[in-house]
Write a protein that binds this ligand. Sequence first.
Ligand SMILES: [Zn+2]
Length: 343
Amino acid sequence: MHHQTFIADRPGFPFSAIVGQDKLKMGLFLNVINPTISGLLIRGEKGTAKSTAVRALADILPSIEVVKGCPFQCDPNAQASLCFQCQSRATMGEKLESVKRKVKVVELPLSATEDRVVGTLNMEHALKHGEKKFEPGILAAAHRGILYIDEVNLLDDHVVDVLLDCAAMGVNTVEREGISFSHPAKFTLVGTMNPEEGELRPQLQDRFGLCVQVEGITDPHQRVAIVKRRAAFEADPFGFTKQFEAESVQLSQQIDAAIHNYGDVVADDDILFDIARLAIEAGVDGHRSDIVMLKTAKAVAAFHNRKQVSMDEVAEAASLVLPHRMRRLPFDDVLNMGSKKVG
Ligand SMILES: [Zn+2]
C-alpha cells in the first residue's frame, strides 16, 4: 500500500494537456457520460498517446457514492445489486454509510494471473470456519469504474473468457471445490492495441461499444506542442499540472453536466430510422450496434448541451460504433450512402 501512495504523489500527465486526438478523447467522454455504451477500443501504432490519454482520464472523472468500507464499492442507492456483505448488513437493519469518491481507472496488466483478476476464495478458512472468505481481485476493484487493458490483443485466452462472461452478466463468480462466491462487477472496458501485433478475438472486439483508430500526428505545429509540453511536464510536473488545472476543472464540469442532461435528450423516429439504415448498409449482425449508436448519439448531444439528436450526432456516433463491426464495406462508403438517403 505504501508503494501506491508514493506513486500517487507525483501527478500524471494532465488530460487537458494532451494535444489533438479529439476522437479518442470524445470516445472516452461518451463512455463516462453513459457507461452502458460499454467501452472503447483504441487502435493505433506505438507511441500515439493511447495509454497516456486513458491514464490521464482519472483527472476528469465524476464522483460516485459508494458504501463506506465495501471492497466492491457498492452503490448505496441500488438495493438490488448490493454485494453479499452489504446485503447481509442491510438485512440486519444496519444503515449503510456512504462516501463520495471519484470513478476509478483500474489497470489490468497482461501479467495478471486469473486469480489476481477474479479474486481468490480462501479454502482453508472456508473449511476451518465454515464461512466464505474472499480476497477481492481486479474485477472487484473495477466495479462501477473503468477497466483498462493496455495491449488487450495480447491478453491470455483464459482471462478473455472471464472478461466476456463478466461483461455479459455484470457479475463475477468464482468457484472452487464446490464453493462459489459472486459479486457485482460492471465496468467500462477500455483497451488499447497495436494491430501490427495481432488482431483481437471477434467476440471480444464486439464487446467494445466504440472503436477509434489513432493516427500519428502529422501537423508540425501540433508535434512541436507535444514535445514542448512533455518537456515542461518532466521538468516540473506540479507546476505544469497547475497550468492546466482550470481547463481540467472546466472539462469535468462539462462531463458532469452531460451526465445529468443525458436523460432529457430526445431522438425522433426519423433519427431512429436513419440509425437503422446505417446499420443495414454497414451489414452488421444483430441489433446491438443500433442500440449503441442511439446511446452514443444522445451522449454526443448531451456533451454539447443539446436536447435533440440530429443527423450530425448520428454521423459522429456511427463513425465510432460501426467501423469495427463491419464485414463488407469501407466505412466512408456507408456514411455517404446513409447521408444521401437521409438527404
Ligand atoms: Zn458491498
